[in-house]
Design a protein around this ligand. Structure first.
Ligand SMILES: *Cc1c(COP(=O)(O)O)cnc(C)c1O
Length: 367
């Protein structure tokens, strides 16, 4: 144990990211071109063409600092979500937003409420500020909002909710979230993390961005990493009332979203066709994967995101064992033992051919 830093920093278990393709190629002696990565909920179509063009144009100005205030991107978001530009905080990915919220609203010893099996970064952000985590047991792999409301104590300053949730894919209807918001004390900030919102079917979509008008303690968090295909660029944003936004901006690094990312995000935001293509592929891929799971008799959690959590065995070694057998065949998925789900794997939905490669490899892996 090092003698450096506070105890709460030394206690942090580092985030385990999906393995990069190059690493798997080296470790298993495989050709990168034959590797299928369905591990990090990335968009299988990659970067939109419109964003590539915008980045090429912006590249000429890379000698200068980015616009610290993200004027054009905020203007585009303001229009898209019908909120004033000064209600928007830009993030280096929405991960940055989640961290900024912890730094802005929680001091050492104060509490943060989040759900069991919710996104790993909530725990990291809480620990990073020396916060006390109140982890509320999940209900059917999703958030138990009644129990979360009841868990808020006098020291609680922040609540994280993922909708849809990662890694389980569960979804909470608008009416339930609003009922929860009415119960939360006004001095507790609620971060509603909607990283997969764009994948929701139209009947499940709701204008959460408009709720911030009604709830001064609500922060809606979104990202360009998933449906918009810009994970490598790191762009996310938050919508909240100006008092909350102002505090988050004091914590934010001045140049946290780089110039290429700002340009690419504006283009992607206006690229309806790209989002539609992604949503269609996702819906079809979900059916492709779950049909295979049904055929194999594997339990899975119905998912509203671009991934599926599937149970690959009944012993606690199952996830790691099947994961290794998949890696040996050049298929990268996400083990979720660190989430307390050692019998499960999370599979990102890919292109039809990638899904088929995974299904064939899974059949072999299960013997
Ligand atoms: C992927 C993800 C994010 C963060 O993505 P960024 O790339 O940092 O924007 C946030 N929340 C959830 C639930 C996610 O799955």
């Amino acid at each position: 144990m090092s003698q450096f830093g506070p105890e709460y920093v030394r206690a942090i278990a580092p985030y385990q990211a999906g393995k990069p393709i190059s690493e798997v190629a080296r470790e298993f002696g495989l050709d990168e071109a034959n590797i299928v990565k369905l591990a990090s909920n990335e968009n299988p179509f990659g970067v939109p063409e419109s964003s590539k063009q915008a980045m090429a144009a912006a590249a000429a100005e890379l000698g200068r600092y980015p616009d610290a205030n993200g004027f054009e991107l905020k203007a585009a978001l303001s229009k898209r979500y019908d909120v004033p530009a000064d209600w928007i905080t830009l993030g280096n990915g929405s991960n940055d937003i989640l961290e900024i919220a912890a730094h802005a609203f929680v001091q050492k010893g104060e509490a943060v409420v989040y759900s069991q099996y919710s996104f790993a970064v909530y725990a990291l952000a809480t620990q990073g500020v020396g916060g006390r985590a109140i982890v509320v047991p999940a209900r059917e792999f999703g958030h138990d909002l009644d129990a979360m409301a009841a868990a808020i104590d006098g020291d609680t300053r922040l609540v994280y909710i993922a909708n849809p949730n990662n890694p389980t894919g569960t979804f909470i209807a608008a009416s339930h979230i609003e009922a929860f918001l009415t119960k939360v004390p006004s001095n507790v900030v609620v971060v509603l993390d909607e990283a997969y919102n764009e994948y929701l079917a139209p009947e499940h979509q709701f204008e959460s961005a408009q709720w911030v008008r009604k709830y001064p303690n609500l922060v809606v968090s979104r990202t360009f990493s998933k449906a918009y295909g810009l994970a490598g660029l790191r762009v996310g944003f938050a919508i909240a009332q100006p008092i909350v936004t102002d505090l988050m901006n004091r914590i934010r690094q001045p140049f946290n979203v780089n110039s290429l990312a700002q340009a690419a995000a504006i283009a992607a935001l206006n690229d309806k066709a790209f989002l539609e293509q992604g949503a269609k592929n996702n819906a079809e891929g979900y059916l492709q994967l779950t049909a295979a799971f049904d055929e194999l008799g594997l339990e899975y959690v119905p998912s509203y995101g671009n991934f599926v959590l599937v149970k690959v065995g009944n012993d606690d070694g199952a996830g790691a064992r099947v994961n290794l057998a998949l890696l040996q065949q050049g298929v990268i998925v996400r083990p979720v033992g660190a989430y307390g789900l050692p019998q499960w794997l999370r599979i990102s939905i890919g292109l039809p051919g990638e899904n088929a490669t995974f299904i064939a490899a899974l059949k072999k892996a299960l013997g």
